[in-house]
Write a protein that binds this ligand. Structure first.
Ligand code: MRU
Length: 366
């Protein structure tokens, strides 16, 4: 997608064909900087400190992390160590495990001398597959927005989204944003309510930035505003992403998603989740009980980072000294609150049957 007058993906190979380049998302929206990853440890640290984040991009970065590891240790133990290190970086997004298992599957029977080239090729394929998945999500999500636009006689369609499930969270296009970018291309008048998404502000810092680069009208709102907007008819549809979705349709996503889903249900606003199939965990049945929820450093709640008027980036404390903070990074929205999934294979009901119909092979192998 666009940054200024150039098109970017979030992850690519540098000119040497081996160094992995990513956008340092901890610096956005105030600085647009790249990071060079030259080892598996670099990739693991980039995921841990959220220089790269978002379920699909975490998966693609981990895949390249394995490729980087194969440069120096293409042995069985090198592969296992890289897998274990990368898997431990973040617990909730299942794309991480999915991508690592795809890499293991490609490398297991590969002789050590071929492992580096095979790993780079499989990581590139995982990145390309993500782009195609998101493109298809855009295609399948478009009719939902077209229907609303037609019902409103072409008046602006108001979409609410939470966190960043945009192109920055994927390799390109985004999941929740893919239908929006597609609708923009079709000339549909859009306006996006962007939840700021405390504590790390992925909405305010990332979604607002990428929508701005793409020229989509949007307004950042404090996280508690969505319910009020829905009560006043100012939200036509909610579209969020997901980090892990059970076979029954329960959705783990950024903390606060559940509250938006409750408000949407109470106000009759359709609540859709953009769901790439690698984010489905067909082994899980009960999202609340079974999906591991990441707890992060309480400092992310206690402090806030931004740009001063003088143009410096600073972090300040927002809590009284001595107050404790707790930082749950995700919550689970039960399937009963989800109107539907927008997947690469079509729109599905949030249920065992809905997902199994669209992905029969994966549903039966788990
Ligand atoms: O903690 P983050 O920024 O990695 O969380 C990201 C989200 O919750 C996204 O909504 C999710 O990963 C889907 S991204 C297409």
């Amino acid at each position: 997608m666009r940054v200024g007058d150039r098109n970017y993906r979030t992850i690519w190979l540098a000119d040497d064909g081996e160094t992995v380049a990513v956008i340092d998302q901890t610096r956005l929206p105030h600085r647009f900087e790249h990071l060079a990853l030259t080892s598996c440890e670099d990739a693991a640290k980039a995921i841990e400190r959220m220089a790269v984040r978002g379920a699909p991009l975490i998966g693609a970065t981990a895949a390249y992390g394995i490729a980087l590891a194969m440069r120096s240790s293409p042995t069985e133990s090198g592969l296992q160590q890289a897998y274990t290190r990368l898997l431990a970086t973040r617990p909730t997004a299942v794309n991480l495990r999915w991508a690592l298992e795809e890499m293991l599957g490609s490398l297991r029977d590969c002789p050590p001398e071929d492992r580096q080239s095979t790993a780079y090729a499989r990581a590139a394929a995982i990145a390309d597959e993500d782009v195609e998945i998101n493109r298809a999500i855009g295609r399948h999500g478009l009719p939902l927005l077209q229907e609303i636009a037609a019902r409103k006689n072409g008046a602006q369609v108001n979409v609410l989204t939470h966190c960043n499930a945009g192109w920055l969270a994927t390799v390109d296009w985004g999941t929740a944003t893919a239908p929006l970018y597609r609708a923009q291309g079709e000339g549909i008048a859009l306006h996006v309510w962007v939840d700021e998404t405390r504590p790390r502000n992925q909405g305010a810092s990332l979604t607002a930035w990428e929508l701005g680069q793409q020229g989509i009208p949007h307004s950042v709102i404090a996280d508690n505003t969505g319910g009020h907007l829905m009560q006043h008819g100012l939200v036509d549809i909610v579209i969020t992403g997901t980090d892990r979705t059970t076979r029954t349709g329960d959705v783990a996503n950024k903390i606060g998603t559940y509250l938006k889903a409750l408000a949407a249900k109470d106000n009759g606003v359709p609540f859709y989740v953009a769901l790439p199939s690698p984010t489905i965990d067909f082994g899980l049945t009960d999202g609340v009980a079974e999906i591991p929820i990441e707890q992060r450093n309480p400092d992310e709640v206690a402090k806030i980072t931004g740009e001063t008027e003088a143009g410096t980036i600073e972090t300040i404390s927002v809590l009284p000294k001595g107050s404790a903070a707790v930082n749950y990074a995700f919550d689970v929205t039960p399937a009963r609150l989800v109107t539907g999934f927008i997947t690469e294979a079509g729109v599905a009901e949030a249920s065992v049957e809905g997902l199994a119909d669209l992905f029969p092979d994966r549903a039966t192998t788990c």
